[in-house]
Write a protein that binds this ligand. Structure first.
Ligand SMILES: [Fe+2]
Ligand SMILES: [Fe+2]
Length: 342
């Protein structure tokens, strides 16, 4: 491992562990790191107290099945993303300022793991039931299938130590695109949709408020990954040919199929106002968004079927302010009962 002098011909994916921050080659990655630091939150700020009442007395068996499947996915989702970040991304993105962002992302993924750990501990008080939820990646087929999709793509480049050839770089890009567009951008976005659907029925306020912050973090992770892709495309345009586009489309198609079979399980009890077809359409809508973020043409032409997710797009922008308000609400709750003041 040695530092290489930066030359005008250096590329982001050139093998190595660059150390030089000045002159800074990719200031935009440093700015993304700083923006992420400004958005710091903690799990302790999330108030789950109303959620437990909702789960016990306001939800049907079908709703509870939905939430059990959802938290079982959350039990391992962010750990898988963290592992890929450490094993496959940090190694190959050769810029110290970009690695600062990835370090921050790793912290945020740990925060998400902590959030979902706390969620499962709160929602599933029975230890045997709880252990089952944590084992879901092995035991519940609809979750196992999503896990296998992730592991296949982690394994696809795990033996790659250095991106020496064009083919290596394409393999790396596919892994990066998979984790941003399919895992963060489809699996997690579908999960958020279930949460916001429940919020639209006035349910699980604690989960929804924590999800606002996770949603914002994930949007930042995707924006960074897509910026890495854009940078590589500018530096090495010949990596992006029709074959690459077709591989990305196929990967999105696989991810949509995986998430749709999960939806069939999640919604198997019959949840009013939410169908497998709606969810599939939402996934196609998200996939089109990801293709646009990758500067590739849309494939599905699907409209967002979920009004409650339109609201979320606006909230993402106002989250910073909302956060202040919700922190304040937690502060006053002891004196002014929530129900009385609204
Ligand atoms: Fe995450
Ligand atoms: Fe993430």
């Amino acid at each position: 491992m040695s530092a290489h002098p930066i030359t005008r011909d250096s590329h982001l994916l050139d093998p190595g562990f660059e150390l030089t921050l000045r002159p800074m080659r990719y200031p935009k990655f440093y700015e993304m790191y700083r923006a992420a630091i400004r958005n710091t939150w903690t799990v302790e700020e999330v108030d789950f107290s109303l959620d437990t009442t909702d789960l016990k007395s306001k939800m049907s068996d079908a709703d509870r099945h939905l939430i059990h499947r959802l938290v079982a996915f959350f039990a391992t989702g962010d750990t898988i993303v963290s592992n890929n970040l450490v094993l496959n991304l940090y190694q190959h993105v050769n810029s110290p300022e970009a690695r600062m962002f990835l370090s921050r992302q790793l912290y945020e993924e740990a925060l998400h793991v902590q959030f979902y750990l706390t969620l499962l501990d709160t929602y599933i008080p029975d230890p045997a039931e709880r252990n089952k939820a944590f084992a879901a990646i092995e035991t519940i087929p609809s979750i196992r299938q999503k896990g296998e999709f992730c592991f296949k793509w982690i394994d696809s480049i795990q033996d790659l130590q250095r991106l020496e050839t064009r083919e290596h770089r394409r393999q790396f890009l596919l892994n990066l695109i998979c984790f941003a567009a399919c895992i963060e951008g489809l699996f997690f976005f579908a999960a958020f949709a279930y949460v916001y659907y429940l919020r639209s029925r006035g349910l699980l306020h604690g989960l929804a408020s924590g999800t606002n912050w996770v949603f914002r973090d994930e949007s930042g992770h995707m924006a960074f990954a897509f910026d890495v892709v854009r940078t590589v495309r500018e530096e090495e345009p010949d990596l992006f040919d029709d074959e690459m586009r077709l591989q990305v489309e196929e990967m999105l198609e696989d991810a949509i199929a995986c998430e749709t079979q999960f939806a069939a399980d999640v919604l198997s009890g019959g949840v009013a106002g939410l169908s497998v077809n709606d969810m599939r359409q939402y996934l196609e809508y998200c996939a089109d968004q990801r293709l646009v973020q990758l500067d590739m043409p849309k494939k599905y032409g699907a409209k967002n079927p979920f009004d409650f997710m339109d609201l979320q797009d606006v909230q993402e922008v106002t989250n910073f302010f909302e956060r202040r308000v919700s922190s304040y609400q937690v502060g006053v709750q002891g004196e002014v009962a929530f129900d009385q003041s609204f």
